[in-house]
Design a protein around this ligand. Sequence first.
Ligand code: SF4
Ligand code: SF4
Length: 125
Amino acid sequence: MKKKPVIKCDECKSQHECCLTGAWVDLEEAKKILKLGIKGGEFYQLEEDKNFPSGYRIGTSVNDNPCTFLTPKGLCSIHTIDYNLKPVHCIEFPYENGELAPFVEYLCVAVKSKRKKKEAQVAFR
Ligand code: SF4
Ligand code: SF4
């Protein structure tokens, strides 16, 4: 059986990297986050999605721009104020339903570096 990769976010030195294109958030989570009144933190692009508990998801950035909740110091402003309100998707990333999330090789530095190492090994064979 194929071994699942283990990604340790607490050891990551670029924790903001996976926030550079924003995240999808359940609409009900977003409503609670908005009540925090975080300056500059906004949501865009409401879409139906049955994979989210409310049946709707909404994004924290537009056009692959950084998440609007990312601080200039590279921290998550929601996490800083109330970890319990941090979007589930962000807490689980780079996993989703127990598997590596889609596009993880473009968003997570740890997976990117593993991919590069593998490519280098193939190139030197
Ligand atoms: S998901 Fe990847 S880039 Fe984001 S904090 Fe974890 S290891 Fe770092
Ligand atoms: S909500 Fe926080 S953890 Fe999620 S992408 Fe934005 S800054 Fe990153």
